[in-house]
Design a protein around this ligand. Structure first.
Ligand code: PLP
Length: 456
């Protein structure tokens, strides 16, 4: 299919790649890859490599690559009606159907879904809705949003502020006002090794209570969190974390946003992470798994108590002043409908649960005794291996050593794509939800070789 032999040169000369060392790339010191195809859990590139993608792109190609059902739905929609907007009551069969399919699968108490294009813009929508809500309720001071260190919520202005990772803020004049951060529910990195999980949950709660007391509950509108931390380290919460946090939020009348961009539609082995961990969100952010990234589409699912106030707001102030040209884009919506049908017919949520448990057990068997493997954790098909200099004292490697990145590279050389998470020596795995046990074995076998090569 590839006819252009200038691609590599044109790439370095013209293409501004996200999350890339721009100068090194332009100088030719960073590798490039022209991806040409994909089938199941594999991608192919122009150099003839076939790689097992154990991170599903950016944990988004949940149904796997090359599904004709979605490609055909997109083509049909494009031929019939490539675009119409969704303003003032307009919709298409695809967008109206998808809204119903999303609500049918969502946790209890959710009312409507607004469609955007990316996880970042969906969280920007959420922030606007939260501010609007408190203005309608006559609480103009109640506007701050609490996020967690190591949370990832996007890389826009507000969403980059909500993200609790330095790399996404430094030199961008972020975070903006109105965003405050609290403790990450990261038991492996607890401040005191003697803390039990229950002690650590109590610590997270008391940190949150102290922050609320310091800022004043009447200034805090919402708390945002991923059910299980994603880009910040792939960390399932300690037992009892969400019910304990939810109780604090309820006490102070603070809304909860569940950012399910990664966890929505099956990744944890359940349809939504909110149900998995007992969260009662007012807003749920969805993206990636909504279309398995076959087309860009995201959503903000709005809960009943907010929806009532939004309706009241429009009764008082007229139509809501929010919308994008491409909201509920028909091609994205058609991809979403076909994708969610496949998630059901292939029983991918069950497979994420079962093959995820198999993968985690295999990782523990293969690497659990290694003196530099500190933690192996995961839920469903979201797992991580964290490397440390010394397991007993839990001494972390100096970041400059780049241990996680080196293991990632050694694994890639063996034909498996993982992700070196941006903060810490953490190797992440979030393969397509159709992963088989044989493919899980291949990932683990090759990882074992990569770890021995780098760490001995
Ligand atoms: N929220 C979470 C939990 C994410 O993991 C991401 C992206 O990885 C986003 C939001 C932002 O989504 P996008 O990159 O589509 O803007």
């Amino acid at each position: 299919m590839l006819k252009n032999t200038n691609l590599e040169e044109w790439d370095r000369a013209n293409f501004f790649h996200p999350s890339t060392h721009l100068a090194e790339f332009a100088r030719g010191n960073l590798p490039q890859r022209v991806v040409t195809g994909g089938k199941g859990v594999h991608i192919e590139d122009s150099a003839g490599n076939r790689l097992l993608d154990a991170f599903a792109g950016l944990y988004c190609v949940n149904v796997g690559y090359g599904r004709p059902e979605i490609a055909e739905a997109i083509a049909e929609q494009a031929k019939e009606l490539a675009y119409y907007h969704a303003y003032v009551g307009h919709g298409t069969e695809a967008s109206i159907t998808l809204a119903k399919m999303v609500l049918d699968r969502a946790p209890k108490g959710m009312s409507k879904v607004y469609f955007g294009l990316s996880g970042s813009d969906a969280n920007e929508t959420n922030v606007k809705l939260i501010w609007y809500y408190n203005n309608i309720l006559g609480r103009p001071e109640k506007k701050k949003i609490i996020s967690r260190w190591r949370g990832y919520h996007g890389s826009g202005l507000m969403t980059g502020s909500l993200t609790g990772l330095a790399a996404f803020q430094q030199k961008f004049d972020l975070p903006l006002d109105r965003v405050i951060h609290t403790e990450a529910p990261y038991y492996y990195r607890r401040p005191d090794l003697n803390m039990s999980e229950a002690d650590f949950v109590a610590h997270c709660v008391s940190e949150l209570e102290a922050l609320i007391a310091r800022e004043g509950a009447d200034t805090i509108a919402a708390f945002i969190g991923e059910p299980a931390l994603g880009t910040g380290g792939l960390v399932p919460p300690p037992e009892g974390y969400w019910p304990a946090i939810q109780a604090v939020l309820d006490k102070h009348d603070i809304l909860l946003v569940a950012d399910e961009v990664v966890t929505g539609f099956g990744r944890l082995g359940s349809m939504f992470g909110s149900d998995h961990y007992g969260m009662r969100p007012d807003l749920i952010t969805i993206a990636k798994g909504l279309t398995s990234a076959y087309a860009p589409l995201s959503g903000s699912i709005v809960g009943d108590r907010m929806w009532k106030v939004l309706e009241e707001g429009t009764d008082r102030f007229g139509p809501i002043g929010h919308g994008w040209t491409y909201s509920a884009h028909p091609i994205g919506a058609a991809a979403g409908v076909a994708n969610l049908k496949l998630v059901d017919s292939l029983k991918l949520v069950d497979n994420a649960r079962d093959t995820g448990a198999y993968l985690k057990a295999a990782l523990k068997d293969a690497l659990g005794d290694h003196p530099m493997v500190g933690d192996i954790r995961g839920e469903g098909l979201l797992c991580a291996v964290e490397f440390v200099e010394d397991r007993d004292s839990r001494t972390f490697f100096a970041p400059a050593k780049g241990v996680g990145a080196a293991i990632n590279t050694a694994l890639l050389a063996r034909g498996v794509i993982s992700r070196a998470m941006p903060q810490g020596d953490i190797l992440g795995f979030a393969p397509p939800l159709c992963l088989s046990e044989a493919e899980a074995d291949e990932i683990v076998g090759k990882l074992k070789g990569a770890v021995s090569e780098v760490l001995g």
